[in-house]
Design a protein around this ligand. Structure first.
Ligand code: NAD
Ligand code: TYD
Length: 379
């Protein structure tokens, strides 16, 4: 392993990986290739821009000519693929780019890697391929049941990776990370969106009842998990990378507001996301057996994250203009307006519809009308 191509390395997790790898392995050359879509940001790579073992190339993983040139120019022997369209809500509005990058792009990158004879191809995937996990914890052998166009596109890409291992004998490894948070995350995902809106005292649109469960993984732990799988993972295998910190969305939002010293009244229940997965949860014993362990809990991670967004307004304020504002309007204008059109219900009427361990099913709390749990209660 010497010349590592990090595709999608100008995004949130890919840039954290590039920053980590250049410092951790001075003998490796880290070549970032990124299309620089709305989510790609060269500012994420500023901390390593002068490092002698780092290079940047602009390009699309679905563009064979560009990929061939980069493989040859840098004599690539290892690929770590982060490049993806990654936001579920955008995939609901329009899935074209998801098929282009997460399916076709992965295929072309694999095919070029095979021709070039790379030694190892690590593909970064997601817990969302397992679909909605009502109880228990997903293990790597569980079947795929993706529910959003994003999750389906990631499952498609992953299956191409599997096929190149089985059919062509490629040395592939897949990682499936859980919901990741930390510095430099584009402010459309739950935490960076809510933190930056809350700093400006804006309303925070919580989908449905806010009782969806996600497993929160601090970005630096996701990166060390990928490093472990890259160096120690068995060819053809997949490895879950979980934070093993399962939280309700409303709990995550309230923890963030408390750290910012902002009122919970900023939270507004709005009509739910279509096809919204209720719960993700994974077991990661398989990766732990390779020696990985996380270094951050949700509580330490969210403190670091809130502090970073507070101290780095230069980074996110310039993102929240132009295309971002167009997306915000498409995604939230109708939802926030619909919220105003419905009366708020007292939760006492519907307590029976919450899970028995739900800490929020308390008398006196108001919940929005436009979510499936509520509809079930009214009919
Ligand atoms: P991101 O959206 O922040 O970054 C994606 C990057 O890929 C951007 O820099 C973008 O410019 C680049 N890109 C998009 N299309 C490209 C193309 N055709 N060619 C080259 N580059 C392209 O995403 P992220 O949150 O950093 O996620 C990285 C990977 O991790 C993705 O594969 C995602 O599915 C996976 N993942 C993310 C999470 C999470 O919570 N964010 C969790 C598990 C897995
Ligand atoms: P997100 O960060 O988009 O990640 P994912 O959908 O991949 O899990 O969303 C995390 C959770 O937060 C998810 O259950 C949807 C919810 N959510 C909201 O309630 N409001 C929002 O504005 C966003 C972006 C997400």
């Amino acid at each position: 392993m010497k010349n590592i191509l990090v595709t999608g390395g100008a995004g949130f997790i890919g840039s954290a990986f590039a920053r980590y790898m250049t410092a951790r392995y001075p003998n490796y050359n880290i070549i970032v290739l990124d299309k620089l879509t709305y989510a790609g940001n060269v500012d994420n790579l500023l901390p390593i821009s002068d490092e002698p073992n780092y290079r940047f190339e602009r390009g699309d993983i679905a563009d064979r000519t560009a990929i061939t040139r980069v493989f040859q120019a840098h004599d690539i022997d290892t690929v770590v693929n982060f490049a993806a369209e990654s936001h579920v809500d955008r995939s609901i509005l329009d899935a074209d780019a998801f098929i282009h990058t997460d399916v076709v792009g992965v295929y072309i990158l694999l095919d070029e890697a095979k021709k070039h004879g790379v030694d190892r191809f690590l593909h970064v995937s997601t817990d969302e391929v397992y679909g909605d996990v009502h109880e228990g914890y997903s293990v790597e052998t569980d079947p795929f049941a993706p529910n959003s166009p994003y999750a389906a596109s990631k499952a498609g890409g992953e299956l191409m990776v599997r096929s190149y291992h089985v059919t062509h004998g490629m040395n592939t490894v897949v990682t499936r990370g859980s919901n990741t948070f930390g510095p430099y995350q584009y402010p459309e995902k739950l935490l960076p969106f809510f933190i930056t809106e809350a700093i400006d005292d804006k309303n925070l649109p919580l989908y449905g009842d806010g009782l969806q469960v996600r497993d929160w993984l601090y970005v630096e732990d996701h990166v060390t998990g990928i490093d472990t799988a890259l160096h120690k993972g068995v060819a053809g295998e997949a490895y879950n990378i979980a934070g093993e910190d399962n939280r309700y969305n409303i709990e995550v939002a309230k923890a963030m507001l408390a750290l910012l010293g902002k009122p919970e009244s900023l939270l507004k229940h709005v009509p739910d996301r279509e096809g919204h997965d209720r719960r993700y949860a994974m077991n990661c014993d398989k990766l732990r057996a390779l020696g990985w362990q996380r270094a951050h809990s949700f509580d330490t991670g969210i403190q670091l994250t809130v502090d970073w967004y507070r101290q780095n307004e230069w980074w996110w304020r310039k993102i929240k203009t132009g295309e971002y504002l167009e997306y915000y309007k498409r995604q939230y204008a109708a939802r926030l307006a619909a919220r105003g059109a419905f009366p708020q219900l007292r939760v006492g009427v519907i307590t029976a519809f919450f899970p028995s361990d739900c800490p929020y099913a308390l008398a006196g709390q108001n919940y929005g009308y436009g979510c499936s749990t509520m509809r079930g209660a009214i009919i």
